[in-house]
Design a protein around this ligand. Structure first.
Ligand SMILES: Cc1cc2nc3c(=O)[nH]c(=O)nc-3n(C[C@H](O)[C@H](O)[C@H](O)COP(=O)(O)OP(=O)(O)OC[C@H]3O[C@@H](n4cnc5c(N)ncnc54)[C@H](O)[C@@H]3O)c2cc1C
Length: 380
């Protein structure tokens, strides 16, 4: 395994980092978070630079890059602004990756150039009120009509719906002996008649928000189906594993930002006549935070490297998702404690990391489910 980056990759990392520092710095991030406003300008800037098509084949206007480059983009975006990174992740994963890997040539022509240019945004609806961790138990029905499908049902926690043109929706087209069969994935326009979204109040993820979706006899044309009818589960597992790379890279970047803020603070804040970072009780927290960020980063690039070589396993993905999410949560908690009362105020960003990091161990498969996946590979 080669953990060195090429000169081009180092340059790419620097340019994403500099873009955030120059154009979309702390005040911008805080403003979007406070006002629950999507970071549209930043998203468009990434699109104009061609970053949103990073993993799309060059024939379709993309960058044709592999998983390591995707991880660099997500890590640096997460370091600058996690919620923006989660928007980028959806476009890269549920858009670029899903269509490149599972779409027909006609669908690739139709969607990929627009995704690459930032003109088309995609979100994902898998979770339902009665099927969360048990995702394959989904019930939202897509009745074949001849010309396409008529979709009726409910999805919950569909995030980024308000900034999306399409929602990649997992539906049930038939009831089979095994719940993993009979699933079909549809690209549904977010403005479709019969589709309504109700925002949910949450602890974080405010700029993009999350929603409850109602599908009431929504008509979806046949050629909006991604992948085979009734055989959609493999696409979902592929996507969930790809998404684990994106989410973990973004959260590793965010954890680094939380660590950077904490380090600055403990060097400047004096109590008992010295910087608080000189107290071992504080410096050990920082050391623990550094170790967690370092290991998360190593796991991100180990997994990316394996994805590029075509040897990544579900266990690799689960290990990464579990560790990176739990680490971001722990780093944010330790950082907030090191800032004392100021960490609890809205004047500092540790409160945002503390809130945002709680989603990491829940969304995209909880930490318990990741442990189940790992334990299963151990014969348990
Ligand atoms: C802010 C937010 C954004 C989200 N965005 C999206 C999105 O865009 N698209 C989407 O499809 N979904 C999204 N989700 C949904 C998310 O993936 C689910 O919340 C998650 O998979 C857990 O499902 P659940 O909430 O129904 O919890 P449940 O499945 O009801 O689990 C409740 C608890 O039981 C535990 N548990 C359940 N089964 C087991 C088991 N077999 N072994 C051990 N423990 C178990 C869980 O780990 C958890 O602690 C989002 C969620 C949130 C909160």
């Amino acid at each position: 395994m080669d953990l060195e980056f090429t000169d081009e990759q180092e340059m790419f990392r620097r340019s994403v980092r500099e873009l955030f520092a120059r154009e979309f710095g702390r005040d911008y991030v805080r403003g979007c978070d406070r006002d629950k406003r999507p970071p549209t300008e930043a998203f468009q800037a990434l699109g104009a630079l061609g970053y949103l098509g990073i993993n799309i084949p060059q024939d379709y206007g993309g960058g044709g890059a592999g998983a390591v480059d995707v991880a660099i983009l997500l890590e640096e975006s997460g370091r600058g602004f996690l919620d923006l990174a989660l928007w980028v992740f959806r476009v890269v994963s549920h858009g670029g990756h899903a269509v490149s890997a599972h779409g027909t040539p006609e669908q690739r022509e139709r969607y990929l150039p627009k995704i690459a240019g930032g003109e088309l945004s995609v979100c994902f609806a898998l979770t339902e009120p009665e099927s969360g961790s048990d995702a394959a138990a989904l019930k939202t029905a897509a009745k074949p009509t001849g010309a396409g499908y008529e979709v009726t049902g409910q999805k919950i926690f569909c995030s980024g719906f308000k900034v999306s043109d399409f929602v990649l929706t997992a539906t049930r087209t038939s009831t089979r002996e095994r719940k993993h069969q009979g699933i079909t994935n549809l690209f549904i326009p977010t403005g479709s008649p019969g589709l309504t979204a109700t925002p949910l109040e949450t602890l974080g993820h405010w700029p993009l928000g999350t929603t409850l979706l109602h599908f009431d006899q929504v008509e979806v044309p046949e050629d909006n189906r991604i992948g085979p009818q009734d055989g959609g589960w493999p696409l979902l597992t592929d996507m969930l594993e790809y998404e684990r790379l994106c989410l973990s890279a973004a959260r590793t970047g965010a954890a680094q930002a939380a660590l950077d803020d904490t380090l600055d603070y403990v060097k400047q804040r004096h109590q008992f006549g010295q910087p608080i970072g000189k107290f071992q009780a504080i410096s050990h927290k920082l050391a623990d935070m550094q170790v967690m960020v370092d290991i998360s980063r190593m796991l991100v690039y180990r997994y990316a490297h394996r994805l590029d070589k075509g040897v990544a396993t579900a266990r690799d993905a689960a290990t990464l998702k579990l560790y990176a999410a739990e680490s971001y949560k722990a780093v944010s908690d330790l950082g907030l404690q090191a800032l004392g009362g100021y960490g609890y105020t809205m004047e500092y960003d540790l409160q945002r990391h503390f809130r945002e990091s709680r989603l990491g161990t829940i969304g995209g498969g909880t930490s318990e489910i990741q442990r189940n996946i790992i334990a299963k590979t151990m014969g348990l």
